[in-house]
Design a protein around this ligand. Structure first.
Ligand SMILES: Cc1cc2nc3c(=O)[nH]c(=O)nc-3n(C[C@H](O)[C@H](O)[C@H](O)COP(=O)(O)O)c2cc1C
Length: 345
């Protein structure tokens, strides 16, 4: 893989299709799942620029998925146009719920199912969900093999280093996931308790990649084209999952895959389109909350993002948000070369 990458250039490599299970991704960039961010609205805005190989839903509670109303759900919801590349991420640990959720996802015709083994927020970990499953690897593996027996669609697993900073755990765990029937992995090389404060250890990605033969998508602190190249060079991973930067710059996939260069108007237009999409898909109160949440990321594009954001945070309706967007983004404020995600903490 290193050899291929050296002779073909990283953009061409990323545009090379890759098989995950029985299905093929058109390219090797993936939208990483993010609660309250990778909504149907953000996915639509991203799609207006360029499609990654896979889109992800927000995490969906496995116990709810089998009976969820897809017309009304805030998370288990999608546009027909994205079905073929959409992975639904489920979170839970009860085998029966996990299997039934995967079956529903298959029936709905989505690309595949992903099992959340990375989220470390205490509300979920207390129930034994998300990264908590890394404390019970046998149970985690059992869940994957039960789902494997029940569905034919690709199964992906998104996971972290574990609870201790020891690369042997994710290497061995990845192999067990593959043996249990997982078709692809998104690996975020941070220990579970680390809420993105410390640097992810990209060198662990290459160890995980070497221990399996299924595709491994590296994840963590990739914010620019340069970072993409660096992660590929350093780790030899098969592709990359982009999280926060896809909320900050929804055109990032186009920037990396198609050499898209945003013009000054792109910022105002994107903020306005996001407003329209959020208010199309969500009732006004939720739409306002989701728009504010997204704005925390989007305004990190700007030098004085924190103070610009205040106008958005004061707004409580579609009209107020529309005016705040205009006031803050016309003329275009000074841009940061790399978004300043620090002000989010
Ligand atoms: C607001 C937010 C919500 C997230 N929600 C999820 C989630 O639901 N499921 C999941 O597997 N990871 C979740 N993540 C983790 C991201 O998918 C990703 O692994 C992490 O942000 C590191 O990648 P990045 O540096 O590209 O953002 C979330 C991250 C953020 C910032």
């Amino acid at each position: 893989m290193f050899f291929t990458l050296n002779i073909m250039g990283f953009e061409d490599f990323l545009n090379t299709p890759i098989k995950v299970g029985e299905k093929t991704l058109k390219n090797r960039l993936v939208l990483s799942p993010m609660a309250s961010l990778t909504t149907i609205a953000l996915r639509k805005v991203i799609s207006n620029f360029s499609l990654p190989g896979l889109l992800y839903t927000e995490m969906c509670l496995a116990k709810i998925v089998p009976t969820e109303n897809k017309e009304k759900s805030t998370v288990f919801r999608w546009r027909e146009a994205e079905e073929d590349i959409l992975v639904c991420q489920i979170v839970g640990n009860e085998q029966e719920h996990m299997v039934k959720a995967a079956q529903r996802i298959e029936e709905e015709g989505l690309f595949g199912v992903d099992i959340n083994m990375g989220c470390s927020i205490s509300r979920l970990c207390k129930k034994g969900y998300g990264a908590s499953l890394l404390r019970e690897p046998d149970k985690a593996i059992q869940i994957v093999s039960s789902i494997r027996k029940a569905v034919n669609i690709p199964i992906l697993v998104k996971f972290r280093t574990g609870w201790d900073d020891d690369p042997r755990f994710p290497m061995e765990f990845a192999k067990k996931l593959e043996d249990a029937g997982a078709d692809g992995l998104i690996f975020h090389p941070r220990v579970a308790p680390d809420v993105r404060n410390r640097q992810p250890k990209w060198e662990y990605i290459s160890l995980v990649k070497k221990s399996v033969s299924i595709p491994v998508f590296g994840n963590g602190n990739v914010f620019s084209k340069g970072h993409v190249k660096k992660m590929l060079d350093l780790t030899g991973c098969d592709g990359i999952a982009l999280g926060r930067i896809s909320a900050v710059r929804p055109w990032i996939f186009a920037e990396i895959l198609d050499d898209f260069v945003p013009i000054p108007e792109t910022f105002y237009t994107t903020a306005s389109e996001m407003l329209e999409e959020i208010f199309t898909y969500f009732e006004p109160n939720r739409a306002v909350k989701l728009y504010k949440k997204w704005s925390f990321y989007f305004y990190s594009n700007f030098f004085y993002g924190h103070s610009l954001l205040k106008s958005i945070l004061k707004s409580n309706s579609y009209q107020e948000l529309k005016e705040a967007i205009k006031k803050t983004l016309i003329p275009l404020p000074k841009l940061n070369a790399i978004p300043n995600l620090n002000f989010l903490h």
